[in-house]
Design a protein around this ligand. Structure first.
Ligand SMILES: NC(=O)c1ccc[n+]([C@@H]2O[C@H](COP(=O)([O-])OP(=O)(O)OC[C@H]3O[C@@H](n4cnc5c(N)ncnc54)[C@H](O)[C@@H]3O)[C@@H](O)[C@H]2O)c1
Length: 313
């Protein structure tokens, strides 16, 4: 297979490129390096089945490919709120361009949507049939609503133009190569604990999240692309819930840090609870996450330690 991975130099994209090359595919990695970096795929450069292209998905491109994994979009609030208009353009125009390409070359296309389409959910856990509770004018809207439009576009190109589409809704994912400065809770806590700084908790720390390790999520994405029965959307994530305070304590424990917890005011539009119902993924993809939080965090911390140049305790 000739496969295009947009956003391939990002956190998830770089792991996906690695996995596809292992599976024997020819991989074209496309990125504008807004929140990703060449270093994330530097180890793949010498593989003769790997090609790296600098391109912005907001502009059209013509490539002969069989499959498109469409990941290009900044995923952390720090990055997507830096230039919110550009974030919406990336979700809307970028997805139109990739769907246009899929239509033209008859490629199957998969969109990495997000649990953020559920907003601050009134249903718990969230199933795919829940339509969400999103603030359309809030500071997160550029991302949440952008992805909702991207999903709508996928479904319309499927219904109107018979494009072969797949949608996954990814819940919080962590692992090596997540950007240290991305403002997300796992990277914040691990980096702060490694540096011996306070771990800042927004709100009372009782809000829960589910955290999936990157290898589990990549496996689900590849399974979704390869199966014929369901176009999605399908939730993929880890349904084990942890409070933010529990995560902080674990980060301190695993880094053997002397850091303390510091309570900060809650952030606007920050959901109180979010947990995936993955019954559909279990049934359709024959998949469920395998890597426990403690094990995944250890690998993440080791990688971060190297990146930060901090010698093992
Ligand atoms: N990591 C998560 O927890 C998570 C959760 C839900 C959904 N997702 C989705 O998965 C995808 C990848 O997320 P990630 O965590 O790897 O984020 P990331 O920011 O590390 O990767 C996104 C990549 O897309 C590139 N990009 C952004 N705008 C672009 C544009 N206009 N043209 C070309 N490239 C562009 C960035 O440079 C980056 O390399 C995103 O679509 C995101 O919405 C991620």
């Amino acid at each position: 297979m000739r496969v295009l991975v947009t956003g391939g130099a990002g956190f998830l994209g770089s792991h996906l490129c690695e996995r596809l090359l292992k599976d024997g595919d020819e991989v074209i990695c496309l990125d504008n390096y807004f929140s990703g970096k060449r270093a994330n795929v530097a180890h793949l450069r010498d593989n003769r089945n790997f090609e790296l292209i600098r391109h912005d998905t907001v502009e059209p491109i013509l490539l002969e490919v069989d499959r498109i994994f469409h990941l290009a979009c900044p995923a952390s609030p720090v990055h997507y709120q830096y230039n919110p208009v550009k974030t919406i353009k990336t979700s809307v125009m970028g997805t139109i361009n990739m769907l246009g390409l899929a239509k033209r070359v008859r490629a199957r296309i998969l969109l990495t949507s997000t649990s953020e389409v559920y907003g601050d959910p009134e249903e718990h856990p969230q199933t795919e049939s829940y339509w969400g509770h999103v603030n359309p004018i809030g500071v997160r809207a550029c991302y949440d609503e952008g992805k909702r439009v991207a999903e709508a576009l996928m479904m319309d190109y499927h219904r109107q133009n018979k494009v072969d589409t797949r949608i996954v809704r990814i819940f919080n994912t962590y692992g090596p190569r997540m950007a240290i400065n991305d403002g997300r809770v796992v990277s914040n806590f691990c980096a702060a604990a490694l540096r011996g700084e306070d771990l800042e908790i927004y709100g009372d720390g009782k809000q829960t999240r589910s955290f999936a390790y990157v290898d589990d999520i990549i496996d689900a994405i590849v399974r979704m692309m390869n199966q014929e029965d369901h176009i999605g959307p399908i939730n993929i994530g880890n349904p084990n819930e942890f409070t933010i305070s529990e995560l902080a304590a674990l980060a301190i424990d695993l880094t053997r840090s002397a850091s303390k917890l510091k309570l900060m005011p809650a952030r606007p539009d920050d959901p109180v609870r979010r947990k995936p119902d993955i019954s559909l993924a279990r049934k359709v993809l024959k998949w469920e996450p395998k890597i426990p939080l403690r094990e995944g965090l250890c690998k993440t911390i080791e990688h971060m330690r190297t990146e930060l140049g901090i010698v093992s305790a």
